[in-house]
Design a protein around this ligand. Sequence first.
Ligand SMILES: Nc1ncnc2c1ncn2[C@@H]1O[C@H](COP(=O)(O)OP(=O)(O)OP(=O)(O)O)[C@@H](O)[C@H]1O
Ligand SMILES: [Mg+2]
Length: 249
Amino acid sequence: MTPHSHSRPFSCFVTGTDTEIGKTFVSCALLHAFAQSGARVAGMKPVAAGAVWREGAWRNEDVEALAAASTLQFPQTLTAPYVFSTPAAPHIAAAIDGVTIDPAQILSCYGQLRDQSDAVVVEGVGGFCVPLTDYFDTADLAQQLALPVILVVGLRLGCISQALLTAQAIAARGLVLAGWVANTVDTEMAYVPENIQALAGRLPAPLLGHIPRFAQSSAEAGAACLDLSLLNSLFPRRLESSASAQRNL
Ligand SMILES: Nc1ncnc2c1ncn2[C@@H]1O[C@H](COP(=O)(O)OP(=O)(O)OP(=O)(O)O)[C@@H](O)[C@H]1O
Ligand SMILES: [Mg+2]
């Protein structure tokens, strides 16, 4: 794979075929790759469910991992405006905490991060269509953020249909699928090359990398598996002046 130093930063929305399939891992890898190119980057997790109370705030693993991979540090109220204590679907976790997620609040936080960064990597919640309120889901959020989408495919039996359905949902929202990443979830999975080939022939975006299962995962190791130069031809103008182009969206 091309070294990550060839990557240029751009803000994106990272979604996945399911929960627990490597969205945070790939988001951190993207942040690391962008940081390697000298960019000032920040991760954002608009809605996080499952947290422990520590040092005066609710702490969530994803939020902390994204912050660790970011070069810019912002208050958690901006990078993670909704952190819920219960590890459950967001609208359920929010109800348990007596909170209603306000999409305008998320957009406002994102705008503040974007204005102070070269690129913001926004990690979605669960799969692409997870409800956030009775009337608003993660797909709506991605649409309102108007960001190119990176799809993480968790390699296991069933992932082909999950990935193709997600790509359809992304296109139905008028969003661009900028690229996809094959991330090893089931190390016992049979016919991995055939599965990847089936997806590569059907997904309307480049495969940015195939990530093995690491004994110890790190943003750096993940970044080394990604060829982000494949994105350059897709977003030449946005990539050349990512910060200003994003501001004009
Ligand atoms: N390629 C990999 N090699 C080693 N560990 C990995 C790899 N991909 C993911 N993991 C680990 O698997 C777990 C789940 O991954 P991750 O947290 O990135 O999933 P997610 O899709 O963000 O989940 P959620 O829906 O909860 O946000 C984490 O402990 C992560 O470090
Ligand atoms: Mg995550």
